[in-house]
Design a protein around this ligand. Sequence first.
Ligand SMILES: Nc1ncnc2c1ncn2[C@@H]1O[C@H](COP(=O)(O)OP(=O)(O)OP(=O)(O)O)[C@@H](O)[C@H]1O
Length: 237
Amino acid sequence: MQYPIQEQSNTVPQAQAVVEARNVSRTFRSGDTVIQVLRDINLTIQSGEFVTLQGRSGSGKSTLFNILVGLDNPTQGEVAILGQSLQPLNEAKRATLRREKVGLLFQNAHLVPVLTARENVEIALRMLLVPARERSTLSQEVLERVGLKDKMEHRGMELSGGEQQRVALARALVHRPRFLIADEPTGNLDSMTARNIILLLRDIVTQTGVGLLVATHDRNVVSAAHRTVNIHDGALA
Ligand SMILES: Nc1ncnc2c1ncn2[C@@H]1O[C@H](COP(=O)(O)OP(=O)(O)OP(=O)(O)O)[C@@H](O)[C@H]1O
């Protein structure tokens, strides 16, 4: 059976824009009031690039993230993932592009507590109709990659916060996405555990060539990144 996971290669792919926002603006309407939440955003993340997004609460980070992965539409401008503009695509095609090419990581791991680490990771592959044997092999490989070789058969509820976040990272990476987007991934972790996750993210970017965008207030994440962009009142500084 064919499924859309690329063959693993030891060479990092040539730099390519994994996501590109061009002149993106977003307004919301509340009664007669129009609220401008994003203003003329231009942002490109290349493959192999680790970029952080910093901004105060309410500055527009979540709104931008939703638009970058096609969960919301800009009022003006456009977004392309790997050169494919999202705006002409219908919901089903966007969902497919997201499942195949994008990895999502959040502050909370959101594991299914009664499933094992491996089963939690396999969920991402079930949605891509990957056959059972491949699901198991790919999930084991990526769990090993995030340092959980010995905990694969532990249930989500038996893992520490840092281990759960590693499983969530494995789940976000198992289908070999080209664009990984993370919202405060170290927000719930103690500083030592957070540091390990940051080093792991950096290694993964270098080794796989995934493009990574992280919204964070964590100075250690910012200093590990190649570049930081600041958002203020919906505009990039
Ligand atoms: N659907 C909506 N309707 C009206 N206003 C909205 C809507 N979604 C977001 N906003 C407003 O847009 C602004 C930016 O919200 P957003 O959630 O993007 O900020 P944020 O930077 O992610 O904040 P935080 O760090 O607190 O999560 C806020 O003022 C919010 O109230």
